[in-house]
Design a binder for this molecule. Structure first.
Ligand code: FES
Ligand code: ZN
Ligand code: ZN
Length: 299
């Protein structure tokens, strides 16, 4: 296999683009994909302050690296979820990544800030770890961005993640979520703008990118992920892409272009301030506060 650009030996094949690239041109290709996405959806405006949620995994570290290479200065925030060695190791890798590149990193320990770890929340509320984790991440990352006066929260969701989430929302006909599944969620009172610049980059490509750029990332999977239904869907999505290259970008790209607007109204719900934390919610007390109350209740 030869590189599409320079005809040298290829290092990575991208079947959905019917192309292969050498190391240098693969890196360029990924940068171009991200730049195009940022531009097409007008994700970043001049002067906006960016905060990226980093987990120590390949996607978020690769994205932090890419943004920096594209000239966007972003600070990082790492949430320590209290998942034993996995969290300690991921934090260590994130810290070294940031310090080697002179990037600024805030660490939020959710036990210190909110009174519970993810395993505690899961066992005390009988939710799956991943659902307690997802809810806590969304809340704590937005909190960190608001507190730090940032304009944009950057998320490392890749094409496979978006495809699996979309499939899950379709399988459950979760119309409210479908209306909110967009590459850019504009800011509204209490929430900073949220963007997903890796929308066009598949997971195997972020992995290849990280390896080729010498990024040391957490390879182990979260130990709590076993049996997670979204993860299972992601495996199916990878299989689908393998059998039919291009299927995922068509699925996600088509939805973003033509589908999500159809559900927009469904996501326009009346919000008012949570009685406990003041953040916008549809109920009296927001879902995160309810989780926190149950997870920290005296037993
Ligand atoms: Fe969230 Fe594992 S990282 S449950
Ligand atoms: Zn080349
Ligand atoms: Zn609340």
């Amino acid at each position: 296999m030869r590189c599409r650009v320079c005809r040298d030996r290829a290092a990575v094949e991208v079947r959905r683009h019917n192309a292969a690239f050498c190391r240098e041109h693969f890196v360029e290709h990924v940068h171009r994909q991200v730049e195009r996405t940022i531009h097409e959806f007008d994700m970043i405006r001049p002067g906006e302050r960016l905060l990226i949620g980093v987990s120590g995994g390949k996607d978020s570290l690769a994205l932090w690296h890419i943004l920096t290479a594209l000239g966007h200065r972003a600070d990082g925030v790492y949430l320590d979820l209290g998942i034993s060695d996995y969290s300690d190791e991921s934090l260590e890798l994130t810290r070294s990544f940031a310090s080697e590149r002179g990037l600024s990193l805030e660490v939020v320990d959710i036990k210190e800030s909110y009174g519970f770890t993810i395993p505690e929340a899961a066992s005390r509320t009988h939710r799956t770890a991943c659902s307690a984790c997802g809810l806590s991440k969304r809340y704590a990352l937005n909190e960190a961005a608001v507190r730090g006066g940032y304009d944009v929260l950057v998320m490392g969701h890749n094409l496979d993640d978006e495809a699996a989430t979309l499939m899950s929302n379709v399988l459950n006909w979760n119309v409210g979520y479908l209306g909110r599944q967009r590459p850019v969620l504009p800011a509204k009172p209490g929430f900073v703008k949220k963007i997903k610049p890796l929308l066009r980059v598949a997971e195997r490509e972020t992995a290849a990118y990280a390896v080729l750029q010498g990024i040391d990332y957490e390879v182990a999977e979260c130990p709590l992920v076993a049996g997670n239904s979204l993860n299972r869907l992601k495996e199916w999505m990878v299989e689908l892409e393998h059998r039919s290259p291009g299927a995922l970008s068509q699925f996600v790209g088509g939805f973003v272009r033509d589908g999500s607007a159809l559900f927009e109204e469904e996501s326009n719900v009346d919000l008012h301030a949570c009685q406990r934390c003041g953040r916008p919610t549809t109920g009296e007390v927001c879902a995160f506060c309810r989780l926190q109350l149950r997870a920290t209740e005296a037993r």
